[in-house]
Design a binder for this molecule. Structure first.
Ligand SMILES: *[C@@H]1O[C@H](CO)[C@@H](O)[C@H](O)[C@H]1NC(C)=O
Ligand SMILES: *[C@@H]1O[C@H](CO)[C@@H](O)[C@H](O)[C@H]1NC(C)=O
Ligand SMILES: *[C@@H]1O[C@H](CO)[C@@H](O)[C@H](O)[C@H]1NC(C)=O
Ligand SMILES: *[C@@H]1O[C@H](CO)[C@@H](O)[C@H](O)[C@H]1NC(C)=O
Ligand SMILES: *[C@@H]1O[C@H](CO)[C@@H](O)[C@H](O)[C@H]1NC(C)=O
Ligand SMILES: *[C@@H]1O[C@H](CO)[C@@H](O)[C@H](O)[C@H]1NC(C)=O
Ligand SMILES: *[C@@H]1O[C@H](CO)[C@@H](O)[C@H](O)[C@H]1NC(C)=O
Ligand SMILES: *[C@@H]1O[C@H](CO)[C@@H](O)[C@H](O)[C@H]1NC(C)=O
Ligand SMILES: *[C@@H]1O[C@H](CO)[C@@H](O)[C@H](O)[C@H]1NC(C)=O
Length: 622
């Protein structure tokens, strides 16, 4: 199996960022937080909660208009709730939000008086007010009794969880309060994944595709303090509660309004439940939590006939002989459509199927989905292949330990495993993908092309090529007497896996030592001759490789201005290195304890103490 080169997928990233930026963000400011009978909210207006954290108004996304709530205190437009996610408004002319004659909150067309969206609550008397609360809850209440809430947005969450909202069931009305992800990175419409209470009755939450109950993550049962698979919940002192009484069963998190950090908890398009925190310093959302941790754990996240690779920057790639079904959706982070065959398989439905001309393409180092049908009668690999050819719906087979498995129709949840080419079955299996012989031929042609390119020519030509390469290498080393990272793979969180030889070169064979610590020594180096780095060489590398990599990806998601950023790592046999950004001013203890350096001013010391505290607080919170 061959990976697609990264360069073919990279442009998508840029496009999706550009599209996000093109969202229309209302700008006019009004400082009211409520609407009463007779008042209207139009395009350009907004309600702002008293604490300034949330705003409500009309916004444009994906060429449609929506009524929703966003983070008012965050300059980067971030939606948190949408009233009409599945009833988008095409034309914004005469659009307004009012309290109608029946006391409901409605979106109407002021010129035709037609109702586009309504809270649709049965209200006996005629006097109500709508208020955006500090918690982000938009409520419709009795104007003369503030505890008489008739409708609230917390009962109709979209993809974002607000601390203080109930997630679970109302046993009387049967309402299921759950989170449903967005369609893609720009449209707030209903998407593919859902987080809800376990319908089987266990006191836990499940992540599952919306249209098929295939839970891919469970929170573990509530034990009175936290969900058993999330023990880290017990460490934050938020007021979490799980309530199960005659009226309702729900989970509720957090103390409302008290928290100072702006956080965004939501079920992402990717099927992961994520928490981001807004950092004023970097003016950006920074991820601090994701469940499940591995993207490829999400059911069918790449769609049919794809390979999901957690280690790659672009997680999803099409299998050989397939192409992206819907590039428009793919660009917007919705990969669930998967890939389509370039050529339909050859299937004779009424005659002798065994005359099928299809071929099999082998993919090594993959982990297979569990949906296979076992063919007990097939005793050899060729029997197994024939069993697959005999059935028109069969798309792949695998033959392992004398057991034949075949897969029907869409192949889902295939994952790339790291495994060496010498022992392809050490960690992963081999699957044989059914392809039309035409596609197989073009793959083989592609392969033999490479062979021909290498084998063509005489020894003279080969020598010429060799000389040319040699010259190229010498020339390159001459103009760039520093390291370059050609073979390093970039991890999904931006961490680079370096080769040892490159780090050795970058640090001039570990010549400039910056300092040493309990775990190893730190050396200075340069990437591409300019970017300064600090390379930490771990002395006691008793840790297993898997554990090391797991730790690296954990450290890698930490991004805080007061913490040194991990750029990458190297893990080759016993050689384990960590690559950090280089701090030009050196270690703080030099400045504090050594008399020969200039004495720090008290204001500087104060700023350092604050920075350390912020860094510690960030680490502690997570
Ligand atoms: C409101 O009605 C006018 C006149 O029919 C129409 O031009 C406009 O597009 C409508 N606006 C909305 C939001 O439906
Ligand atoms: C609002 O509350 C008042 C006093 O409790 C009550 O008389 C009235 O019927 C309520 N109105 C609505 C719309 O429920
Ligand atoms: C509510 O008040 C409006 C006038 O403000 C009136 O036209 C309407 O009939 C009233 N509706 C009810 C249900 O009392
Ligand atoms: C609605 O309630 C407000 C607040 O109690 C009150 O001032 C107003 O008179 C009421 N309006 C009607 C039409 O009942
Ligand atoms: C206000 O509404 C609450 C909740 O519906 C109700 O329990 C309370 O009795 C109401 N107060 C008055 C003064 O009617
Ligand atoms: C925690 O939340 C519960 C339920 O909302 C509330 O009764 C309790 O007073 C809260 N405790 C603290 C310490 O905030
Ligand atoms: C079945 O196959 C035969 C040839 O093998 C063909 O002539 C016939 O039209 C096919 N029937 C159907 C219903 O496809
Ligand atoms: C192909 O496999 C499917 C699924 O097991 C089965 O329902 C179907 O009958 C098979 N078709 C043939 C022709 O064997
Ligand atoms: C072969 O299949 C068995 C069970 O079907 C599984 O336990 C084993 O790990 C597989 N072997 C390889 C090398 O993948």
């Amino acid at each position: 199996m061959q990976d697609r080169p990264l360069c073919t997928t990279m442009p998508y990233l840029h496009i999706s960022i550009a599209l996000l930026l093109s969202l229309n963000i209302p700008t006019t400011s009004a400082t009211r937080d409520s609407i009463s009978a007779g008042q209207a909210l139009t395009i350009g207006d907004k309600l702002v909660s008293k604490n300034g954290r949330y705003a409500l108004g009309f916004f444009e996304a994906d060429s449609n208009w929506y009524l929703g709530i966003w983070f008012n205190s965050v300059p980067k437009f971030t939606q948190a709730w949408v009233a009409n996610r599945d009833d988008p408004i095409k034309n914004p002319t005469s659009l307004q939000l009012i309290i109608s004659h029946d006391a409901n909150l409605v979106i109407t067309n002021s010129s035709t008086h037609s109702i586009i969206w309504s809270t649709q609550t049965k209200i006996k008397r005629n006097n109500t007010t709508a208020i955006l609360l500090n918690s982000g809850n938009f409520i419709l209440r009795n104007a003369s009794n503030s505890s008489d809430i008739l409708w609230q947005s917390f009962d109709h969450l979209t993809d974002t969880y607000f601390p203080g909202a109930k997630l679970g069931w109302d046993k009387i009305t049967g309402q299921n309060r759950r989170l449903v992800s967005r369609k893609n990175s720009i449209s707030p419409a209903t998407g593919f994944y859902c987080e809800e209470l376990d319908p089987s009755g266990v006191n836990q939450f499940l992540l599952t595709p919306l249209d098929s109950f295939q839970p891919y993550w469970a929170s573990g049962a509530w034990n009175g303090k936290y969900f058993s698979s999330i023990p880290e919940m017990s460490e934050n002192n938020a007021n979490n509660s799980f309530v199960d009484n005659a009226k309702e069963k729900y989970y509720m998190s957090g103390t409302v309004g008290e928290e100072t950090a702006v956080t965004h908890h939501y079920l992402d398009v990717s099927g992961q439940y994520k928490t981001f925190i807004w950092l004023e310093g970097s003016q950006d959302w920074v991820p601090i939590y994701a469940q499940p941790k591995a993207q490829c754990d999400v059911y069918a996240v790449c769609g049919p006939f794809t390979i999901c690779n957690d280690e790659a920057l672009a997680h999803c790639t099409c299998m050989q002989g397939f192409n992206i079904r819907s590039p428009e959706d793919w660009i917007l982070d919705d990969r669930t459509g998967g890939c389509l065959r370039n050529t339909p398989i050859d299937c004779i439905t009424n005659g002798s199927a065994s005359s099928s001309t299809d071929k099999f393409y082998s993919m090594t180092c993959v982990s297979l989905s569990q949906t296979a049908q076992k063919i007990e009668t097939a005793k050899s690999a060729s029997d197994c292949a024939q069993a697959c050819l005999d059935n028109c719906s069969c798309s792949a087979y695998s033959f392992n330990s004398s057991r034949c498995s075949i897969w029907h129709n869409d192949l889902l949840n295939l994952r790339k495993r790291q495994c060496s080419s010498e022992a392809p079955n050490s960690n992963g299996e081999t699957i044989y993908l059914r392809l039309a012989s035409k596609d197989m031929q073009s793959l083989e042609k592609h392969r033999s092309w490479l062979l021909i390119a290498v084998a063509t020519g005489t020894i003279v030509a080969a020598l010429g090529l060799f000389a040319f390469i040699l010259l190229l290498v010498i020339w390159r080393n001459k103009i760039k007497n520093s390291s370059h990272i050609p073979n390093s793979a970039q991890y999904s969180n931006g961490i680079v896996a370096f080769r040892y030889i490159d780090l050795q070169r970058a640090t001039k064979n570990f010549s400039e030592k910056l300092g040493g610590g309990g775990f190893g020594s730190v050396f200075k180096g340069f990437l591409d001759g300019s970017t300064a780095i600090a390379v930490k060489r771990l002395d006691c590398a008793h840790q297993g490789e898997k554990q090391f990599r797991a730790e690296v990806s954990t450290i890698g998601i930490i991004q805080q201005i007061n913490l040194v950023k991990l750029i990458g790592f190297c893990c080759e046999d016993a050689k384990k290195l960590l690559v950090y950004e280089h701090m030009p001013n050196g270690s703080l203890d030099n400045h504090l304890f050594q008399s020969h350096t200039t004495v720090l001013r008290w204001s500087t010391r104060y700023q350092i103490a604050l920075g350390v505290a912020r860094g510690l607080a960030y680490l502690h919170e997570n």
